[in-house]
Design a protein. Structure first.
Length: 301
């Protein structure tokens, strides 16, 4: 093993030059991350321990914002709605995306069949919200279509809870199925042909082929898709803001929307920051637990 004592002065100087050069390349990235990520996180954490309306100086109140947050039944409703979003996002867009990928994988013209599912992904969440609000609002396109078939007693799609959250999850699925199908298709195309041909020669088809060959080989990609879906669903904001604005009342609010309203509508920056910190911690814990579970499964622990 080479030590400083065995290196010549010229080699030591050259090594130090390499280290300073490496530090010069790394420093801008580290500084950028610190300025854009860590400093705002520290400032938000500080504000969560204060009473602050955006004017004057923050007043230190300790954990009172967190106590108020957990004592608020509306906040607990936002937590439940967010959990509903997590479950619905995993079951609907990820599940349907996998189904579309499997059905169009080896099908002639499958690319063109997947294209209609991809088009909505180009829209923003607010855009999707506007489109589906037009469809689902009272007397909207869906109600008129049902009335044409003699169905007059239709649900209040965007008013009754938890129905409004369910239909918003379906609207999100309409947007997200395409990209999930694309990712799963890429995973299917990367599977070697040899094990597939061997399994078919042994008589494996349909669900047996899926359980024995396709699903095990898709697990690494599935872990990525599910992980991204969990994080995205925990931060759901734009489509809820576009369709119901969290209403009626606050029945369909998610954590991200509650954070936005407390901060920028009610000008309670302390409480809004506390919700932001809580959401950050929940997202971090969910990500860590999910990654640990995936690594444990991979290594057979």
């Amino acid at each position: 093993m080479t030590t400083d004592k065995t290196l010549s002065p010229q080699a030591l100087r050259q090594r130090d030059q390499y280290r300073w050069s490496a530090l010069g390349f790394i420093a801008p990235g580290v500084l950028l991350v610190a300025v854009l990520l860590y400093l705002p996180l520290l400032w938000t954490t500080f504000l969560s321990l204060t009473e602050y309306n955006g004017l004057g100086d923050p007043e230190w109140i300790g954990v009172e914002n967190y106590v108020e947050m957990f004592d608020d039944p509306e906040f607990l409703g936002s937590v439940l709605n967010t959990l509903l979003w997590v479950g619905g996002t995993l079951l609907v867009p990820v599940g349907i995306g996998l189904g579309v990928a499997l059905l169009t994988w080896n099908l002639k013209g499958g690319t063109w069949l997947r294209l209609p599912f991809l088009i909505p992904y180009a829209l923003s969440g607010i855009g999707v919200g506007v489109i589906w609000s037009f469809i689902l609002s009272g007397g909207g396109a869906l109600d008129q279509a049902l009335a044409a078939f003699g169905v007059d007693d239709t649900p209040r799609w965007l008013v009754d809870a938890p129905l409004n959250t369910v239909v918003m999850i379906l609207a999100t699925a309409w947007q997200g199925v395409g990209v999930n199908a694309l990712l799963f298709t890429i995973g299917l195309q990367s599977i070697p042909r040899e094990p597939l041909e061997a399994a078919r020669m042994d008589g494996a088809n349909g669900m047996r082929l899926f359980r024995s060959i396709l699903w095990p080989m898709l697990r690494p990609l599935t872990a990525v898709v599910v992980g991204l879906s969990i994080v995205a669903s925990l931060k759901t904001f734009d489509i809820v803001q576009g369709m119901t604005k969290g209403g009626p009342g606050r029945d369909s609010e998610t954590l991200a929307l509650t954070m936005y309203k407390e901060t920028f509508v009610n000008s309670d920056y302390g409480l809004g920051s506390a919700i932001a910190v809580f959401l950050t911690v929940v997202t971090l814990i969910a990500s860590i637990l999910y990654l640990r579970q995936q690594l444990s499964s991979k290594h057979g622990v």
